[in-house]
Design a protein around this ligand. Structure first.
Ligand code: PLP
Length: 490
């Protein structure tokens, strides 16, 4: 094993140092001031290493990280587009990063202006009346949006409306958010073409329905062409329409959820409006609403009067859903992204994302089973290999892709199919990159027939092989001493 393949603790040599602190000049009594309970009784147990060892160690592990800056990342539903570096530069301007959330609004007018302008831009893009930027993620936006839905019915004294309809293709966060919001979930089936079955929806629409949650295009990448009829039916039954905006990317500048009849939506700024994300963040899930719901938006709200921006708390607001007013760094990136693209180029995002997805789908459909045919939007789903006779699964294909230097697509979601492989190339990949990916996907499909064992035992070239992901999630080993003792904390 090379030195830098070791854990930092394994490199430790007693007395080795990277840096020596100046001699302690604090008087004895300053230590006595620390309460006994807070005083250290054991050695720190920190690794003792030299500076080059530390630098090499962290540089080498950082190189094992896979990201958009290292390769193609076709992770469906996550919109892993390339994030322009200019966004980072603007978000890192000291005038913005040194803001304190508690400083008075008069001293942070520029930041409030960014918040205000961004919320106005999103309202125009979405075709809705107003946006809050306070929620920290898509799922957080869903919860805030459903709280607004609930508040709307409560304020009207319509207390029977406790159910939310969710399609069986929905992202897992949709039913989860409804449950967290204290609502019951009713599932509606999809047609063989992958869209909501309108005939199956009709009998569900009664006076107990608070609303429906949908994404359009849906998680199969298929545009719900019956959306106007669905909106009419739900509204006639007294319900509201919630739009999961995670799939907004292909619609940018083409059509607007508000015009389709949606009343509430969230946008995943980190997906559609470009912030590097993964591993849990950072995120931002702005929520937009139609005019009759504006008064329920969470606090604080940011308003403008003349040239002045200020915070207000609305009396019918659902309350506050986050500390302060959201994830400002992600807002800065989104605002920069929108301004640097401008209206015309924003339109191209959706067109190119749709073209890329259809190009890959059509190039591979003889090798992989395509359950929903026809034109997709920004993503599509294969149901495993076309030839399943050798028993090579979607997991095997995903693992084999790692050997070729690609991040795996989303697998086993949506759950409508047993072997889902969900591919979303986004608008930022070149034709050459997509052609290379297509060639590798074909090669794996052929290898699955000619040499299935190699695919079933992949990956072969990565630093670690197949991991026990369940144990890693259930019993993570978070401390070096636990690794040594092999006694994972529960
Ligand atoms: C990503 C995603 C969400 C959840 O968004 P987070 O920002 O990860 O909380 C919800 N719905 C769909 C369709 C998504 O792709």
């Amino acid at each position: 094993m090379k030195q830098y393949d070791k854990l930092i603790f394994e490199l430790s040599k007693k007395g080795r140092m990277g840096y020596s602190l100046p001699e302690n000049k604090l008087p004895e009594y300053s230590f006595k001031a620390i309460p006994v309970a807070l005083q250290r009784s054991l050695e720190t147990g920190l690794p003792e290493v030299s500076e080059p060892e530390v630098v090499r160690h962290y540089t080498n592990i950082s190189n094992r990280n896979f990201g958009l800056d290292t390769g193609f990342y076709p992770l469906g539903s996550c919109t892993m587009k390339y994030n322009p570096k200019i966004n980072e530069e603007i978000a890192a301007l000291p005038a913005f990063t040194s803001l304190h959330p508690l400083q008075p609004a008069e001293t942070a007018q520029g930041a409030l202006e960014v918040y205000y302008n961004l919320s106005q831009s999103l309202a125009e893009i979405a075709g809705l009346a107003a946006f809050t930027l306070n929620p920290f993620a898509g799922a957080h936006g869903e919860l805030a949006g459903l709280m607004i839905m609930k508040q709307y019915h409560m304020k009207r004294g319509d207390l029977k409306r406790t159910k939310v309809i969710v399609p069986n293709s929905a992202h897992g966060t949709n039913p989860a958010s409804a449950m967290v919001c204290g609502m019951d979930v009713v599932e509606v089936q999809s047609t063989p073409e992958g869209t909501i079955d309108v005939e199956a929806l009709k009998p569900l629409l009664d006076e107990t329905i608070a609303g429906i949650m949908m994404t359009n295009p849906n998680t199969l990448g298929i545009f719900e062409t019956e959306i106007l009829e669905i909106a009419g039916l739900v509204h006639a039954a007294g319900g509201l329409l919630y739009y999961d905006g995670a799939n907004l990317n292909p619609l940018l500048g083409q059509c607007r959820p508000g015009d389709m009849g949606f009343d509430i939506m969230h946008i995943n700024l980190h997906k559609t409006f470009s912030t590097p994300h993964g591993g849990g963040g950072p995120g931002s899930g702005p929520v937009g609403v139609a005019q009759r719901l504006v008064e329920y938006l969470p606090n604080p709200q940011i308003k403008k009067e003349g040239d002045r921006y200020f915070f207000v708390n609305g009396k019918d607001a659902i309350g506050s859903v986050s500390g302060f007013a959201g994830n400002f760094g992600v807002m800065m990136r989104a605002y920069t992204y929108i301004l640097s693209l401008g209206k015309e180029n924003l339109r191209q995002v959706g067109e190119l994302a749709t073209l890329s997805a259809n190009y890959i789908k059509e190039s591979l459909k003889e090798y992989y089973e395509l359950p929903i045919k026809g034109i997709c939007k920004h993503e599509f789903v294969f149901d495993g290999l076309a030839d399943k006779s050798t028993g090579v699964t979607t997991l095997d294909i995903a693992k084999r892709l790692l050997d070729h230097g690609y991040h795996a697509p989303t697998i086993y979601f949506p759950m409508l199919f047993h072997q889902s492989i969900m591919i979303e190339p986004t608008e930022t990949e070149s034709l050459e990159t997509m052609d290379e990916f297509i060639e590798v996907m074909k090669k794996i499909a052929i290898e699955a027939i000619e040499d299935p064992q190699t695919v079933k035992t992949a990956p072969h070239t990565t630093p670690v092989r197949r991991l026990d992901e369940t144990t890693a999630a259930r019993k993570p080993i978070l401390r070096y001493v636990d690794l040594l003792n092999d006694t994972p904390e529960s």
